[in-house]
Write a protein that binds this ligand. Structure first.
Ligand code: ATP
Ligand code: MG
Length: 250
């Protein structure tokens, strides 16, 4: 119980937040308690989980600046089993600070959850370094496009660096492929390229399809599982990926 999983990529808009929240939605559907930690100054996960970042009193930035994490944890609007350490614009100024502090804070609360999910910002700066220093598992989220694959080597290098200097427990546990279009030769070629870069076994199955309803769920600030048959294939994908997280962290 209580492993911490960082979802990351320096590339923006690939679906780090969508995947973090899709996993949280799957966890809630199964009755598993999860803690989502929003480490992005844009605080999108916080907003989608029903909390206005502008009204947050104690954010993940404060936790990194030594506030008590117990004061930061909120219940999300989605479910009583999805809790949140909200993000805030103050994270911007936390680009420097001790990477060990977040780890110490999360170590205290992680045992109360099946998993702690860290939604990282689109950069490989101090916030993502802190996330990796605090995590047991790193999962890279990618899109099967040429730009989506650029820079994946730099992400793997950062994971190695953090493993070396801050956290020998850290494992690159896999790659989640998001936004896979129904029919696209380009996406298929990029998927093959990804397989060559990271190896077939590193890619978690299934991939997440590109669907309008995913975008809508984010806009409506609702869990994807509340869309029923309209989101059936996406729900199946997130359920399977959450099961994979559970097996990985066991
Ligand atoms: N599988 C999908 N199908 C359709 N739209 C998607 C899918 N995944 C993500 N999106 C949409 O793509 C946009 C970017 O997704 P998201 O915010 O999750 O990416 P991100 O990597 O967290 O971005 P950032 O780097 O800014 O934090 C959102 O509008 C989201 O709704
Ligand atoms: Mg995001």
């Amino acid at each position: 119980m209580g492993s911490t999983v960082a979802l990351l990529n320096q590339k923006g808009g690939v679906g780090k937040t969508t995947v973090t929240l899709g996993l949280a939605s799957a966890a809630a559907a199964r009755g598993d308690r999860v803690l989502v930690v929003d480490l992005d100054p844009q605080a999108s996960a916080t907003w989608v989980l029903g909390v206005d970042p502008a009204l947050v009193e104690v954010s993940s930035a404060d936790v990194m600046a030594r506030a008590d994490i117990a004061d930061a944890i909120l219940e999300s609007a989605w479910s009583e089993s999805v809790h949140l350490v909200p993000g805030s614009a103050h994270l911007q100024s936390r680009e420097s600070g001790s990477p060990a502090r977040l780890r110490r804070a999360l170590d205290r609360v992680a045992p109360s959850y099946r998993a702690v999910l860290l939604d990282c910002p689109p950069s490989l700066g101090n916030l993502t370094t802190s996330a990796l220093a605090a995590a047991d598992h790193a999962v890279i989220v990618v899109e099967p496009s040429s730009l989506g694959l650029r820079g994946i080597g730099a992400v793997a290098d950062l994971i190695d660096d953090v493993w070396d200097s801050h956290n020998a427990e850290l494992e690159l546990s896999g790659v989640i492929v998001n936004r896979v279009p129904a029919v696209s030769g380009e996406a298929e070629r990029r998927y093959d390229e990804l397989t060559r870069i990271v190896g077939k076994k590193a890619i978690w199955q299934p991939v997440i399809p590109q669907r309008v309803v995913v975008n809508q769920a984010i806009g409506d600030r609702r869990p994807i599982h509340s869309y029923g048959s309209r989101a059936a294939d996406v729900i199946v994908a997130f359920d399977a990926l959450w099961a994979k997280v559970r097996r990985t962290i066991r």
